[in-house]
Ligand binder design. Structure first.
Ligand SMILES: Cc1cc2nc3c(=O)[nH]c(=O)nc-3n(C[C@H](O)[C@H](O)[C@H](O)COP(=O)(O)O)c2cc1C
Length: 276
C-alpha cells in the first residue's frame, strides 16, 4: 500500500488504510518530515524566503484578526546576542536564516485607534488568539520550507529570555515571541521522530484515555527498539535514579517536573497583558 512505509516510519505500526487511497506525494513528505539542526553552507535565496513567508501568512487566522508578526533577524550582532542567550543550542547562531514568530496583540489595538474604536487587547483571549495565529503561521512556514527542500527547527527556549529577546528585537508592548525558527538546507538526513498512535491522540465522539497506560507502554517499546536512549542520557539520575527501562514516557515525565517558563507570565504582564 502506498502509505505503508511512511506510516510505519512515523508510527511503527501498520497504516490500516484502504488500498484505493490516491497517492498524494506531499502527504508522504509530511509523514516523514523532521526537524533539522545542522545546515549546509548554502544561503537561502531572498525571493524564496519571501515566497515561503507569503505562503506561511496564508494560514487561517482567528476572526481574520491576523495577529502574527515575524522578525527576520538579518543583523549579525542581534543574531549573536540571541544565540548567546542559549549557548547549548548553537544552531540558533549557525542557521543561515533565523526568524522569530511573534504573537502580536498590538496591531489590533492600533487599528482600533486608527478607526476611532479603542479597545484593550490584553485579556487572555487576546493573548491566546495571537499565540495561536503565530503558531499556525510558523507551522505553515515549516511545511512550506520543507516542501522547498529546506530544514527547520523551532526554538521556543527563547521564551525563557523574553525580556532580553524583546530588547534585542525592539518588540513593543503586547508583542511577544512564540518561537524562533532556524532555517537552512539540511546538512544531514536527520531522523523521523516517532509519534504516539492515533488511538491515544484521536478520540471518537467523547474523550477516552482508559487505555493510556498500556498504549504508552507499547509506544515506549516501539520507540526504544528504533532509537534507544543511552543510560548516560537518562534525565536527572541524582533525583530519580537510573531506570532499567528508560522510555519516552519516563523521559518526558521527568522533563515535565523541571520548571520552565516562570519568567514568561512576568514578561507578558510587564508588556501589557492582563490575561483576565
Ligand atoms: C513550539 C516548539 C518549540 C520547540 N522548541 C525547540 C527548541 O527550543 N530547541 C530545539 O532544539 N527544538 C525545539 N523544537 C523542536 C522539537 O524538539 C521537535 O519538533 C520534536 O522533538 C519532534 O521532532 P520532529 O519535529 O523532528 O518531528 C520545538 C518544537 C516546537 C513545535
Amino acid at each position: 500500500m502506498i502509505y505503508d512505509a511512511v506510516w510505519r516510519a512515523r508510527f511503527e505500526e501498520d497504516a490500516s488504510l484502504a488500498s484505493d487511497l490516491p497517492d498524494i506525494p506531499w502527504l508522504r513528505r509530511v509523514l516523514t518530515r523532521r526537524s533539522h539542526r545542522r545546515y549546509a553552507d548554502r544561503p537561502v535565496d531572498v525571493p524564496l524566503l519571501r515566497l515561503l513567508l507569503g505562503t506561511a501568512f496564508s494560514a487561517s487566522s482567528k476572526s481574520d484578526f491576523q495577529q502574527a508578526s515575524v522578525i527576520q533577524v538579518v543583523d549579525r550582532r542581534r543574531r549573536d546576542q540571541l544565540a548567546a542567550l542559549v549557548p547549548e543550542m548553537p544552531w540558533i547562531g549557525s542557521a543561515p536564516v533565523f526568524l522569530v514568530f511573534c504573537g502580536d496583540g498590538r496591531r489590533l489595538e492600533r487599528i482600533g485607534e486608527i478607526r476611532g474604536h479603542r479597545q484593550q487587547n490584553g485579556k487572555l483571549e487576546g493573548f491566546f488568539n495571537a499565540a495561536v495565529d503565530a503558531a499556525l503561521v510558523m507551522q505553515s512556514f515549516i511545511l512550506a520550507a520543507e516542501t522547498a527542500g529546506l530544514g527547520c527547527c523551532p526554538i521556543s527556549v527563547i521564551r525563557n529570555h523574553s525580556a532580553a529577546v524583546a530588547e534585542i528585537l525592539s518588540l513593543p508592548d503586547k508583542v511577544f515571541p512564540v518561537a524562533g525558527l532556524c532555517v537552512g538546507y539540511p546538512a544531514a538526513d536527520g531522523h523521523i521522530s516517532m509519534r504516539l498512535p492515533l488511538e491515544v491522540t484521536v478520540h471518537t465522539d467523547e474523550y477516552d484515555d482508559r487505555h493510556l497506560a498500556e498504549a504508552v507502554d507499547a509506544y515506549d517499546r516501539r520507540r526504544d527498539a528504533r532509537y534507544r536512549l543511552p543510560r548516560e542520557q537518562q534525565r536527572s539520575p541524582g533525583k530519580f535514579g537510573h531506570a532499567p527501562f528508560y522510555g519516552w514516557s519516563e523521559d518526558k515525565a521527568r522533563q515535565a517536573t523541571e520548571s520552565e517558563g516562570q519568567s514568561f507570565p512576568i514578561y507578558l504582564r510587564a508588556c501589557g497583558f492582563t490575561l483576565d
